[in-house]
Design a protein around this ligand. Structure first.
Ligand SMILES: O=C(O)CCC(=O)C(=O)O
Ligand SMILES: [Fe+2]
Length: 294
């Protein structure tokens, strides 16, 4: 089965339904190639300064460079792209809140072999989340074209309901080929891995992932983005970064204060954790669902 492609203006419901069915979907040309070039130019000095991975999973010819929000103004636009936030909000909408999980460019150099196929949600200590409970929604932005030859992400379409612990060979997987400016969306349950790069150039992806906010973030946003930079960012972005309750009471500061208040030096939330009306409504939903189950 090949990866389904949808146009950039596809409706959220359609995107989410393919994501639920296949575990992945490509949105073609969601941003222009110029946006990707700008993003790459902002990140290139940091990519140049990054050491390659030290093992076969990270890739000895692959550079993973994080801290995107601190380092790239364009990355902030990608994190908050309305199509993506719409899909993530719907896909992870069963949880009280969601937040960024990690931000990184993944630059796969020539001659890098096939990354072992895995599920990203295994990062959560291999916890066997129920088959109908998704914890993660991921993006891989094509900063260069993604081709079978240059190491396009390999996916096992429709593998989200498979048991854990499976292994797959290259020929059992499909390359998520896409043009620069397109984005692959995939869930934490999808079996996938970086493709082998048999070209003479570097394949660059922008990997920005989101998870339910009661789980720990893979990339620590509070330290990856220095406070003096964070203070200048929009509240909406800061909320997604994790300056928000992860669920009722998760992540408050000292006297039950909202972390966003603490960052910005305001003081409106003492005693209330920073629970917003939206989060309060979600909590009511959770309580009603629990009561309905008896
Ligand atoms: O670079 C890629 O295409 C995929 C990388 C990946 O799946 C990972 O590092 O978890
Ligand atoms: Fe992965």
């Amino acid at each position: 089965m090949t990866v389904e492609h949808l146009p950039a203006d596809a409706a959220t419901d359609e995107i989410v339904s393919v994501l639920r069915r296949d575990g992945c979907v490509v949105l073609d040309n969601l941003v222009t190639p110029e946006v990707m070039d700008r993003f790459r130019a902002e990140m290139q000095p940091y990519i140049d300064g990054t050491a390659p991975g030290g093992d076969t999973f990270s890739g000895r010819r692959t550079k993973r460079t994080g801290g995107l929000i601190a380092r790239s103004a364009t990355a902030r636009e990608l994190v908050m792209h309305p199509t993506v936030t719409g899909v993530v909000g719907s896909f992870l909408g069963h949880a009280t809140n969601h937040h960024l999980h990690l931000t990184q460019t993944i630059a796969i150099g020539p001659d890098e072999p096939f990354q072992p196929i895995h599920r990203d949600q295994w990062a959560f200590d291999f916890f066997p989340f129920p088959a109908d409970y998704d914890v993660q929604c991921n993006t891989m932005w094509a900063v260069t074209d993604f081709t079978e030859t240059n190491g396009a992400t390999r996916v096992i379409v429709g593998s989200t309901a498979e048991p854990d612990g499976l292994t797959f060979d290259l020929d059992q997987s499909e390359p998520a080929e896409m043009t620069k400016g397109s984005v692959l969306l995939y869930t934490g349950k999808l079996y996938h891995g970086g493709g082998p790069n048999r070209s003479d150039h570097v394949r660059v992806g922008g990997n920005i992932t989101y998870a339910v906010a009661w789980l720990r973030q893979e990339e620590n946003q509070y330290l990856s983005v220095p406070a003096d930079i964070a203070r200048e960012l929009d509240d909406d972005l800061l909320r997604v970064m994790g300056y928000a309750p992860g669920a009722y009471a998760l992540g408050y500061v000292d006297d039950l204060r909202d972390p966003l208040d603490v960052l910005k030096g305001t003081d409106t939330s003492r005693g209330s954790f920073g629970v917003t009306a939206e989060i309060e409504a979600k909590i009511e939903e959770q309580l009603a669902a629990r009561d309905a189950e008896g």
